[in-house]
Design a protein around this ligand. Structure first.
Ligand code: NDP
Ligand code: GDR
Length: 351
């Protein structure tokens, strides 16, 4: 690596993972370029602090307007930047929303990946640029085996997962057809205080902050039985970077190897605010009740159920550990504690 230029281009840099990855790359002395979308209001809140971060000699950070649905833009930005590493994190990443916007999700998540790979070919960068694709445990979908690893068959259960399936295989195909250094990271759920507000963990930790400070009465959720393998986003972006430092490109699962229900995450998060929950009732009538006061704090709204659900995800990250020397460092209770503390701080600071 030492004789290679270190210039990264990151799509989705304004998202949760993009912001942590940008921090990591700047710390490592990269010149970091990101693609941001035009928005009618500010959308760079997660990376604004990096504009001022000049403590690493030679490091720099720059944003370019663009969109994964706009091929000419991607070619122009890539041609200007001449990246040595490309991280494709940009996506319509919300599974439930993908049922509402399936065509757009396919355009950005599936064809967007193809556009980037074609840009590499058009610009003759096959030998100079390495490519990371944000693949997902959602590919496993309807459970075929547990735990899931690089050999587990895929069975996508949403327009999002189907679009990401195309992204996964087009990356494999371009690696095999054109010798691209292109890798899929099949990442299980990872969260943080920067997680989008409508994903379930952040929805819960924000509600805990609001309920425990008297600002909200009830948290409405969908499927409490869904099981996820949740890690911390900061750990996972380290794994992305490690994949691109390998001599040979390959596909890797990143996961914690532990799985918990949405209900259990509620227990952890409320406990952080000193609220012990007990669960009463079943199905749509299930409620999470505060043991001390009897108040019904968590209720089920079937509007949040998905047309097809992914019931159980649990990953086996043995290959990443063996080849990349990667493993997670943050366990779920610590993650929930960090998220609740951040949400309480945000509410009380902005009060
Ligand atoms: P976020 O939703 O937080 O961020 C998504 C990013 O993609 C944002 O910067 C968003 O921009 C950008 N984006 C959306 N649509 C487009 C588009 N058409 N063109 C360009 N940029 C676009 O996701 P995460 O950071 O959580 O996830 C990063 C990637 O990893 C995604 O591809 C996701 O599908 C995948 N993934 C995530 C996992 C997780 O648990 N977090 C697990 C496995 C895979 P804007 O800010 O303007 O909305
Ligand atoms: P997921 O994350 O679909 O796994 O995709 P999300 O947090 O949205 O859902 C996890 C599970 O919780 C259940 N759930 C709810 N989900 C949301 N969002 N809101 C609710 O009110 C609610 N109640 C219950 C869901 O049904 C689901 O089973 C995330 C995204 O980051 C993807 O981009 C990524 O690919 C996968 O993780 C791995």
């Amino acid at each position: 690596m030492s004789d290679r230029r270190k210039v990264a281009l990151v799509t989705g840099i304004t998202g949760q993972d993009g912001s942590y990855l940008a921090e990591l790359l700047l710390e490592k002395g990269y010149e970091v370029h990101g693609i941001k979308r035009r928005s009618s209001s500010f959308n760079t809140g997660r990376v604004d602090h990096l504009y001022h971060d000049r403590h690493v000699p030679g490091a720099s950070f720059r944003l370019h307007y663009g969109d994964l649905t706009d091929a000419t833009n991607l070619i122009r930005v890539m041609s200007q930047v001449q990246p040595t590493e490309i991280y494709n994190l940009g996506a319509q990443s919300h599974v439930a929303v993908s049922f509402e916007t399936p065509e757009y999700t396919a355009n950005s998540d599936a064809l967007g990946t193809l556009r980037l790979l074609e840009a590499i070919r058009i610009l003759g960068m096959e030998k100079t640029a390495r490519f990371y694709q944000a693949s997902t445990s959602e590919l496993y979908g309807k459970v075929q085996a547990v735990p899931q690893d690089e050999t587990t068959p895929f069975y996508p259960r949403s327009p999002y997962a189907a679009a990401k399936l195309y992204g996964y295989w087009i990356v494999v195909n371009y690696r095999e057809a054109y010798g691209l250094h292109a890798s899929n990271g099949v990442l299980f759920n990872h969260e943080s205080p920067r997680r989008g507000e409508t994903f379930v963990t952040r929805k819960i930790t924000r509600a805990v902050a609001a309920i425990s400070t008297g600002r909200q009465e009830t948290l409405w959720l969908g499927n409490l039985d869904a099981r996820r393998d949740w890690g911390h986003a900061r750990d996972f972006v380290e794994g992305m970077w490690r994949m691109l430092q390998q001599d040979v490109a390959d596909d890797y699962v990143l996961a914690t190897g532990e799985t918990y229900t949405v209900r259990h995450f509620c227990d952890l998060a409320f406990a952080e605010a000193g609220i012990a929950l007990e669960w009463r009732g079943v199905g749509v009538n299930e409620v999470g009740v505060c043991k001390a006061t009897g108040r019904e704090l968590v209720r089920v709204d079937p509007a949040y159920f998905r047309p097809t659900e992914v019931d159980l995800l649990i990953g086996n990250p043995a290959k990443a550990k063996r080849v990349l020397g990667w493993s997670h460092t943050v366990k779920l209770p610590e993650l929930a504690a960090e998220m609740v503390a951040a949400d309480i701080a945000e509410l009380t600071t902005n009060a």
